[in-house]
Design a protein around this ligand. Structure first.
Ligand SMILES: Cc1ncc(COP(=O)(O)O)c(C=O)c1O
Length: 461
């Protein structure tokens, strides 16, 4: 990152542009407004998942093809949201569509084993270098079951996660994320705070959060827990945090975490629900070269169908193999999802596909960096293969605390509005990044960079 002194932004100008752009978006998405009003009569809060909410209404989509989506007002946009990072294949990929269509006509669900489940596991074994696999139907199920397996393998209850990291919506991990910042406690001793109502404090208390990119702090916390007689079963973490924009591991951090967890007999789980298949064929394990005891996958694995997976060493997965842990589910290994995953892994997400993603992301990162420099805005770009973001912060964000201290949320909100009004469909929320698909082109990416430049020019006019 080049050292430069960025301009001080005029907050009044940000507010003025935000109001202007919000008005334009409301006018352009009237049909979504009508649909939201209707949805409120039947769906709690008007949506299928609370993460789809947006004020004054969510944008309802009608269809997608390749890199494009269309909303219910008929507006065509280039999709950088990609289903919260799932659709790295692009929409309605012909190979996946054909595989799913063929499977449809042969029956979609038996709750009995099928060959595709073996083929997919063989490919996952090859990509992740982990021998044993099981399936789930979502990322949350994958992390929930992985933690149970780790608890069974170690005979311990306490678990460690990274403060501010998201691992799904079950009670074990809805802890120390999205919580009242004033109550998080000190860095050496973060509080275990439930994320939302309905989560028992007794369950939250079993989940201990530590800061990202700080292996010594993790080790100190483990040693204190050991002294209290509650050595953790596992550390569950993303190798690169994907919910504070993108926060990369600092050199040596993952290796240190691997060494610490080995030393204490703690199972290391890389949650690759977001990074799996999207940052390399073998996800973060391939990209960063550190092998955990277990990984969890979902999102991009199913090519748009809801499946997840857990991979592990023979030792970590022994309790599943010998039947001590019931890792079960009616839809686990569902034939439709497996057909999609098989086509996805074997025919779509090929080495050429990853080379294309790298090329596109370089273009996005270079283009956005050039805009930041040209207009001397506070911020920097960070990305890895299909994922990236502009981080609006004066100093680098390395963990949750620096994110809270540094991120310019108002600018994030404004950038989102600029994108949406210029045919760039982006994830709402200040924590998200872009996800490119293999069906994106350089022209698509240029649209993103141009919208960003327009905002930069207006901000500094
Ligand atoms: C890292 C990570 N783990 C787990 C999950 C949960 O996955 P799902 O929403 O499929 O339950 C998510 C979802 O965003 C995630 O980002």
């Amino acid at each position: 990152m080049a050292v430069r002194t960025p301009i001080e932004l005029d907050r009044g100008r940000i507010a003025e542009l935000t109001a202007r752009e919000a008005k334009v978006l409301d006018a352009n998405t009237a049909a979504s407004g009508v649909m939201y009003a209707r949805a409120n009569h039947v769906l709690s809060g008007g949506v299928a998942s609370s993460y789809q909410l947006r004020d004054p209404w969510p944008i309802y989509l009608e269809r997608g093809a390749g890199s494009q989506v269309w909303d219910v007002d008929g507006t065509q946009m280039i999709d950088f949201h990609n289903g919260f990072g799932s659709m790295v294949q692009g929409h309605a990929h012909p190979v996946i569509t054909q595989a799913v269509t063929e499977r449809m006509s042969q029956g979609t669900h038996f709750a009995a084993p099928t060959e595709d489940a073996i083929v997919v596991a063989e490919e996952l074994q090859r990509r992740w270098n982990l021998p044993q696999w099981r399936y789930t139907n979502s990322g949350s199920e994958a992390t929930m079951d992985a933690i149970r397996i780790a608890r069974a393998a170690t005979g311990r209850d306490t678990i460690i996660k990274i403060f501010g990291s998201y691992h799904g919506h079950h009670d074990y991990v809805m802890v120390s994320i999205g919580v009242d910042y004033a109550s998080i406690g000190d860095r050496e001793n973060y509080a275990s705070l439930p994320y939302g109502s309905g989560i028992p404090q007794a369950v939250s208390d079993m989940t201990i959060a530590v800061p990202f990119n700080d292996a010594p702090a993790m080790e100190r916390r483990i040693e204190r827990l050991a002294a209290e007689g509650r050595l953790p079963a596992c550390v569950i973490m993303e190798a690169a945090m994907m919910n504070l924009g993108v926060v990369l591991p600092e050199p040596g951090y993952l290796e240190a975490v691997r060494a610490i967890t080995k030393k204490h007999g703690i199972i290391l789980i890389f949650d690759e629900v977001k990074t799996g298949m999207t940052i390399a064929a073998g996800g973060a394990v391939e990209k960063f070269g550190v092998l955990p005891d277990m990984v969890t996958l979902a999102k991009a694995l199913g090519g748009g169908l809801p499946i997840g997976a857990i991979g592990g060493t023979d030792e970590a997965m022994e309790s599943v193999r010998n039947g001590a842990v019931y890792q079960v589910g009616t839809y686990n290994g569902n034939p439709l999802g497996m057909a999609a995953a098989r086509a996805n892994l074997l025919e779509v997400m090929t080495p050429a596909a990853y080379a294309h993603l790298d090329q596109l992301n370089d273009f996005m990162l270079d283009g956005c960096s050039a805009v930041l420099e040209k207009y001397n805005l506070p911020g920097y770009t960070v990305g890895i293969s299909s994922k990236g973001c502009v981080t609006f912060a004066k100093d680098p964000i390395v963990d949750y605390e620096s994110f809270k201290a540094q991120q310019d949320g108002e600018l994030c909100d404004l950038a989102w509005l600029y994108n949406m009004n210029r045919g760039v469909f982006m994830t709402p929320g200040r924590e998200e990044e872009w996800t490119l698909s293999i069906q994106h082109s350089l022209e698509d990416c240029d649209r993103f960079v141009s919208a960003f430049e327009e905002m930069a020019a207006d901000l500094t006019a």
